[in-house]
Design a protein around this ligand. Structure first.
Ligand code: SDX
Length: 378
């Protein structure tokens, strides 16, 4: 077996072959099954996008209607999952609650009939349908309220906002949220998708696969950055303070949250679309002062780090949109997880044909022939 050159973080090392999405980091291109993200974001919707990612084709009207019906039907949680959530500390992070609940689904449905298309479809439907309900339920419970039941008459995005805020959203913000879900659905072999692939390669159940991926997404270098960005913008506070704040960060070699990317060396195309969504919301509901801080910070970071290919990524403007939609900042990453479940499941399903366990090697840097020293002599 030839050992390839070691690359920290597996930078540039292909871990799999996939036809689900494509990213050109130099040109700022993102395609889902060959369709440009700008095209999908302007014409599609999240469930149609999830279907495209998972089954490889845009659904016909009948296929989409059936898929939407199945998702609506499976939105409710087992009462035992809700009872389990009642024991979670209110101060716990919603991503930890979500990871626990995703894994708990495996207690009810963990059959591993991975060669059964019906089992695969049921797992896809249950996870896509129930994860939004889990996120909203934890939000209400940690406030001391009973969770509200999903509403079968509302679409995927509108129903989540309804369950979260206990009131039906206007169609416009619900549409904006649906576009956000499309933008976050898939992004080739990012850390959480890689985590899903490694877990799936042992042929465990899809609930454990998604639970692994949720845990990985939670980190501030990955999906957790969107929550950090809003905290950063609040810390900066004003447009005037952007440059003094940045100078301090750069002097301390600090990472600017929401900037930089392993693949994109130009502005993330999703950041550009999210900016347009933010501006549409501001037009209708008034401007958010942090947006001006964000725009100024983008300019200042480009002046200082643009030469290193450090530009806004998807997490930089998403928080500004979510804030305007009334989503609490520690739910930004769970919202990312709701959407990325589509991408994780698409890769899980695609890899089932591969059926090869991930088991990389290492460059050993330790010693040999070491002696066991009795504890009295250590
Ligand atoms: C997501 O992979 C995906 O596709 C992820 C994602 C998806 O859709 O799944 O796009 C979603 O996770 C977006 C990224 C969100 N994370 C952040 O915003 C956190 C801040 N960003 C960085 O931590 C960093 O840019 C990463 C983690 C995103 C990428 O890390 P890399 O590729 O390992 O880059 P690196 O840390 O090795 O940095 C390379 C250089 C370093 O400078 P030198 O030591 O070479 O001089 O760039 C600098 C870094 O210091 N750098 C930054 C920076 N990001 C990189 N400097 C300041 N601020 C930053 N944000």
């Amino acid at each position: 077996m030839t050992v390839c050159e070691y690359r920290a973080g597996l930078e540039g090392i292909p871990a799999t072959q996939s036809s689900i999405s494509f990213v050109d980091g130099q040109r700022g291109v993102l395609e889902y099954r060959g369709i440009a993200i700008e095209e999908l974001a302007s014409k599609g919707n999240f469930l149609e996008t999830a279907y495209l990612l998972i089954w490889g084709e845009l659904p016909t009207e009948a296929e989409l209607e059936l898929f939407e019906h199945e998702i609506t039907y499976h939105r409710r949680l087992k009462y035992r999952v809700r009872d389990m959530m009642k024991c979670f500390p209110e101060s716990g992070h919603p991503m930890d609650a979500l990871q626990a609940c995703a894994a708990a689904l495996g207690l009810f449905y963990s059959r591993r009939a991975l060669d059964d298309p019906t089992y695969i479809r049921e797992a896809v439907v249950r996870l896509l349908a129930k994860i939004p309900t889990m996120v909203a339920a934890f939000q209400l419970m940690r406030k001391g309220n009973d969770p509200v039941q999903p509403r079968d008459d509302l679409g995927y995005a509108a129903n989540f906002l309804y369950m979260l805020n206990e009131r039906e959203p206007d169609p416009f913000p619900a549409h904006i949220f649906d576009v956000c879900l499309m933008l976050h659905a898939e992004h080739t072999i990012n850390a959480s998708t890689f985590s899903a692939l490694v877990t799936a390669s042992t042929l465990t159940d899809p609930y454990a696969v998604v639970a692994s991926a949720v845990g990985t997404l939670a980190g501030p270098l990955h999906g957790g950055a969107n929550e950090e960005v809003i905290l950063m913008l609040e810390e900066i506070g004003t447009v005037e303070n952007v440059r003094p704040w940045l100078a301090k960060q750069l002097a301390q070699k600090g990472k600017i949250m929401g900037f930089g990317h392993r693949v994109y060396k130009v502005k993330d195309p999703r950041a550009t679309i999210l900016q347009h969504l933010a501006e549409q919301l501001f037009e209708k509901y008034g401007r958010d002062e942090y947006y001006d801080v964000a725009v100024e910070l983008e300019k200042a970071v480009e002046e200082n780090l643009g030469h290193k290919g450090i530009y806004p990524n998807v997490d930089f403007y998403s928080g500004v949109v979510y804030r305007k939609l009334g989503i609490p900042s520690d739910l930004f990453t769970p919202v990312f997880a709701i959407s990325r479940t589509a991408g994780w499941l698409a890769h899980w399903k695609e890899q089932l044909n591969e059926n090869r366990i991930f088991r990389p090697t290492q460059i050993y840097t330790g010693t040999h022939e070491a002696a066991y020293v009795p504890i009295a002599q250590r």
